[in-house]
Design a protein around this ligand. Sequence first.
Ligand SMILES: Cc1ncc(COP(=O)(O)O)c(C=O)c1O
Length: 398
Amino acid sequence: MKYDFTTLMDRRGKDAIAVDLYDPKDVKHGLDVIPMWVADMNFPTLPDISEAMIERAKHPAFGYFQPRPEYYEHIINWHQERYGTEGLKKEDILYANGVLGGVVSALNVLCQAGDNVLLQSPTYIGFTGSLENNGWNIVLNPMVEDENGVMRIDYEDMEKKIVDNKIHAAVFCSPHNPTGRVWERWEIEKAMEIYAKHDVYVVSDEIWADLIMPGHKHIPTQSVSEDARNRVIAMYAPSKTFNLAGLIGSYQIVYNSYLRDRIEKQASLSHYNSMNVLSMYACIAAYTPNGMQWVDELCSVLNDNITYACNFIKEHFEGVKVHQPEGTYMLFLDCTEWCEKHHVDIETLQNMGKEVGVIWQDGRPFHGPCHIRMNLASPHSRVVEAFNRLDTYVFNAK
Ligand SMILES: Cc1ncc(COP(=O)(O)O)c(C=O)c1O
């Protein structure tokens, strides 16, 4: 490997909620904290990104600016090389501070207060909070397991909910957080046909588009048909891919000029939605051939962690169910049977992990009633250590 995915990076005191929210003194047996919750990574980013920002920072003026042509060129090239997108132009790309903020901005254009919005569940925690905060009602379309144990969209339920609730806006998460599904083309096509039939506009959150495991491929929602191209507002960012969430800087792709103008207007109202010059340099440096190699290596490291963790769970944690993620670096553990058998509630189970330094995340705000979400974006040795602790002190404690 060209890049470093094995060094244990000490993030304490370096502006990381992943570790700073937890006091090592709360961890028993002299163990340390292993951050396995918020969706950022315990890997150093692509070195070119830091270098590009340092180089720019050597020039001592940071005044008002316009995005450089390379910003758009590198995004267009990234989408062509990584997802096969053709015909993307500079004017189709809109800047947004964050992906969640971009989702909200887009929904503000599509919805009135009190409107119903369709989401597949389980859902990303940020959708739950932001949609409710903004006064929209979330209508859940629960995913279902097929005969091969793959979590799929329940299309019948989806269509019924759209009709019954007069829904005209939906959020689609692709790849899907927290299940890690990388939707197949036919699944997206089928969903988009139903959305088109009932005139539902779609905000497609594709922040996880680059973190795809071998054997799977990210299909941009806008690419499945001409109708989808015009019906969908897509959200992307280099932040999840390259561990840059603290830098701020995302973008929307909107081909439909009516929607694009409305969204741009909406986003401009607060005067807060503007690019940071260093984050622009970060994005330019990320979306390069070196960035592609870095992401390929990252995905192979993540795949090893995912495979290791899922096998370990199957072999050692009776009563814990998991679907092996096809993308992202998240596991969504269904602990229902384990909790029932051991007469332990989900909160107690989570605390048992935290007490031995495994800082995992409550699955309930993701609409998983007895679930835990676990972040595997750490050097392999840390994942092995975490699973050994869960074995010894939590799931098989004597
Ligand atoms: C599906 C999804 N959308 C959005 C976000 C947050 O993106 P941002 O920090 O750019 O708002 C996350 C973060 O985990 C996510 O998983």
